[in-house]
Design a protein around this ligand. Structure first.
Ligand code: ADP
Ligand code: MG
Length: 332
């Protein structure tokens, strides 16, 4: 199968009806043509996934197709943008039909779920690498940035944190998990859901927002740096963000994990693709309502203070030792 046959078979699909307003021309020409709407700005982001670095080479291709798009949609969510279209650059060691069919299945299911149309790309032979660029729209001036957090704001996170890192640590042999726990945690690692509905619901409410791709402390750290403020978090609340509670209080039968590993998963684990955001205390009820309307749990875990950096208070008010900040690809 040649390059063009591969593109035709797996990636050149008719534009869905929901894409026709924003996409004037999709796959097949030298460029795709996108149609900006009056009063809107484009939100554009690229994320690259490299085999052996961001995923295990033998991961199920359907899950990989899902995740490759989901991590990009997560960046749109963090800006409060509505997804419209994406391009796909793909380096493949070989043209394996079964692999490609499963990959495309996962990818297009995610595209349909978030109404984000594939409009072009590039395909080449090489070590397995997937690079996606997403295009979204947001009303002029309403994008959620990292730079707007104010002293006195609340710090919120969506959904659960730490389960992806819990699965990753088990798959890397750093600890072991009971099979059912590993299975549910692994779903979070391999099939994250981008919080696109919540991101849009937070327009005009959140003062700053980022997605948690490299770990809570790291990604909240970006907000703090850009906003020139600090934050205090409450571990007695944050510790419950992990769905697979290592002490079994969430009904999975309980299993043992050293507390510093548990803290590491929640505070510094990557790959959760939740949103961390700040909002004025006066907007608490509105934030809860935004969570409800987007069917996304939201939890208030701390507040913005003067200064710099994050302090995490333990249950009884004592400071807890922090794990290393977010995962950095060039650090070690
Ligand atoms: P060019 O040589 O002009 O860059 P290509 O021959 O690489 O174009 O690609 C032909 C068409 O197929 C273009 O419209 C391109 O956007 C699209 N395309 C190539 N690879 C992919 C892919 N992996 N997914 C979606 N569209 C693709
Ligand atoms: Mg090309």
């Amino acid at each position: 199968m040649g390059e063009f046959e591969l593109i035709r078979r797996y990636f050149d699909r008719p534009l869905p009806a929901w894409a026709q307003e924003a996409v004037a021309l999709g796959v097949g020409d030298d460029c795709a043509l996108l149609q900006p709407r009056e009063g809107m700005q484009w939100a554009v982001s690229t994320d690259m996934l490299v085999a052996g670095r961001h995923f295990f080479e033998d991961v199920a291709p359907e899950a990989l197709g899902h995740k490759a798009l989901a991590v990009n949609l997560s960046d749109l969510a963090a800006c409060g943008a509505r997804p419209l279209a994406f391009t796909l650059a793909l380096a493949l060691p070989e043209a394996n039909s079964a692999w490609l069919a499963a990959f495309a299945h996962g990818l297009f299911a995610q595209a349909q779920a978030h109404q984000c149309a594939l409009v072009g790309g590039d395909t080449t032979r090489g070590p397995l690498t997937i690079s996606i660029t997403v295009f979204g729209e947001v009303p002029v001036g309403q994008a959620l940035l990292r730079s707007g957090a104010q002293q006195g704001d609340d710090v919120w996170v969506s959904g659960h944190l730490g389960d992806a890192a819990l699965a990753l640590g088990a798959l890397q042999g750093r600890w072991s998990l009971p099979e059912p726990v590993l299975q549910t945690a692994r779903l979070r690692l391999e099939r994250p859901s981008a919080r696109t509905a919540l991101g849009q619901a937070l327009r005009g409410l959140a003062t700053a927002c980022a997605d948690v791709s490299d770990g809570l402390l790291g990604d909240l750290g970006h907000i703090l740096q850009r906003s020139a403020v600090g934050a205090e978090l409450d571990w007695s609340i944050a510790s419950n963000l992990i769905a697979n509670n290592p002490y079994g209080t969430s009904g999975n039968g309980g299993f043992y994990l050293k507390e510093r590993h548990w803290q590491g998963c929640v505070l510094a684990g990557g790959d959760d693709y939740e949103l961390v955001f700040t909002a004025p205390a006066a907007q608490r009820e509105a934030v809860v309502q935004a969570g409800r309307s987007s069917h996304t749990p939201v939890t208030r875990i701390g507040r913005i203070v003067a200064g710099a950096g994050v302090v995490v208070h333990g249950g009884a008010g004592q400071l807890i030792a922090l794990p290393r900040g977010g995962f950095d690809h060039f650090d070690g």
